[in-house]
Design a binder for this molecule. Structure first.
Ligand SMILES: Nc1ncnc2c1ncn2[C@@H]1O[C@H](COP(=O)(O)OP(=O)(O)OP(=O)(O)O)[C@@H](O)[C@H]1O
Ligand SMILES: [Mg+2]
Length: 386
């Protein structure tokens, strides 16, 4: 597995790491914090959409949304794909909840990585808990259990025994944990750990999806992803061939006697880190332009106008929606004055907005919040899920 980090990073790589840190810190400035929360909630669906798409799940954002609204397809295969998304989204939620509650949680520990796998597979329908071996036979995947047989990923023959996997995971935690690193090395750790975990390939299936979850936990721990406003998975899914090629290159031994001192190529690790951090930067920049307030407001207005035109919401309802984007939320008591109507009419307007899912509310009397649906997202964030 060594080297796990570049011994000396070229200046371009240092710069990339600095750019990722500074641009992710600046992301969303100018937007209301509650709006950013809603976008983060929405990004959990985007993450699920892309990471499962990489595994051949054909669900669209609409299908994911339907599943979350308890509308499951009648077709068993389509329904299983919806369950796969529900599993992913629930694990993400539980993962961020743990990261919030447990400041000492070590994301690179064997325990945490296995927990991700366990939670994900426990939530999957029984029919999806199988892995295909090279000979095409289906073997059951036990949630959270490390594999105890060899596996080939592309041209990489991964470790063969559980003992070897555990041994490597221990060193993975020792050398790649965010707690063991500082400065830009934490960003190299973020990139490298994504590959090294996949190189270890601890499970008989689900390694890609667990590694992508793990990477968002790592990003959150080092302070570049705690806002959850961007997703590197989107870049991997959209450049799948590049992603796989960079992973495969980083599996290779040194190119020559000058290429580091470990069993794996250091030059290829540097290239992988560079690919990874470039992918992050591309995603942060994409979201940064999508969140430019004036443009965001313009697209939001276009969406609200369309809802009025299609008679999904009334003109009064639109006034409430307009407030949501700047205020983050609108209390129910404010609706009469915003719309210049009496309380009875105001409660009908609120009902109309909630029924149309144009707004949402955490509780029966709670304030109204933005509800980013697939339809709204198509206008608000063009290209996000395509
Ligand atoms: N050459 C490689 N070396 C290391 N990892 C690789 C390589 N090629 C692909 N991978 C990773 O392995 C994952 C596939 O492993 P596995 O099938 O266990 O995971 P999965 O979550 O079921 O799959 P998928 O990524 O297809 O969703 C890929 O997603 C990718 O992240
Ligand atoms: Mg798989």
């Amino acid at each position: 597995m060594f080297p796990v980090l570049p011994s000396t990073a070229p200046p371009e790589l240092e710069q990339l790491a600095l750019d990722v840190a500074s641009s992710s810190a600046a992301l969303g400035r100018g937007c209301h914090p509650l709006i950013l929360d809603e976008i983060a909630r929405f990004m959990e669906k985007i993450n699920s959409y892309y990471t499962n798409a990489m595994e051949g799940n054909p669900s669209k954002l609409k299908d994911i949304e339907a599943a979350l609204n308890k509308k499951l397809s009648k077709d068993p295969a389509a329904r299983n794909y919806q369950f796969e998304h529900l599993a992913h989204i629930r694990v993400q939620e539980a993962m961020f909840e743990r990261l919030r509650r447990e400041p000492g949680l070590r994301v690179c520990s064997e325990g945490f990585v296995r927990w991700l796998h366990e939670r994900f597979y426990l939530l999957l329908p029984e029919a999806m808990r199988f892995a295909k071996t090279e000979s095409g036979a289906l073997v059951p995947v036990v949630p959270g259990e490390l594999r105890d047989r060899g596996i080939t990923v592309g041209r990489h023959d991964a470790l063969e025994t559980r003992a070897a996997i555990r041994d490597h995971l221990a060193r993975f935690e020792e050398f790649l944990s965010p707690e063991a690193l500082a400065g830009t090395r934490r960003l190299f750790g973020l990139a490298s750990s994504h590959h090294r975990l996949l190189w270890i390939h601890p499970f008989s299936d689900g390694n890609g999806r667990v590694a992508r979850l793990f990477t968002s936990a790592y990003a959150s721990r080092i302070g570049v992803g705690e806002g959850r406003l961007w997703s590197v998975t989107r870049a991997f899914a959209r450049n799948r061939a590049d992603y796989d090629a960079h992973l495969a290159n980083a599996d290779l031994p040194p190119r020559n006697s000058l290429d580091g001192r470990g069993p794996l190529s250091e030059e290829n690790l540097v290239e992988f880190c560079s690919f990874f951090l470039r992918s992050c930067l591309e995603q942060i920049r994409y979201m940064d332009s999508a969140l430019t307030l004036a443009d965001l407001e313009r697209r939001y207005r276009r969406h609200v106008d369309a809802l009025v035109r299609e008679k999904v919401v009334s003109k009064s309802g639109a006034k409430v929606l307009a407030r949501l984007l700047t205020q983050g939320e609108v209390s129910r008591a404010e609706v009469p004055s915003i719309c210049a109507v009496k309380a009875r009419r105001a409660s009908l307007i609120i009902k109309e907005l909630l029924d149309a899912r144009a707004a949402r509310s955490e509780t029966a009397y709670g304030a109204l919040r933005l509800n980013i649906t697939a339809d709204m997202a198509a206008v608000l964030f063009p290209d996000l899920a395509r």
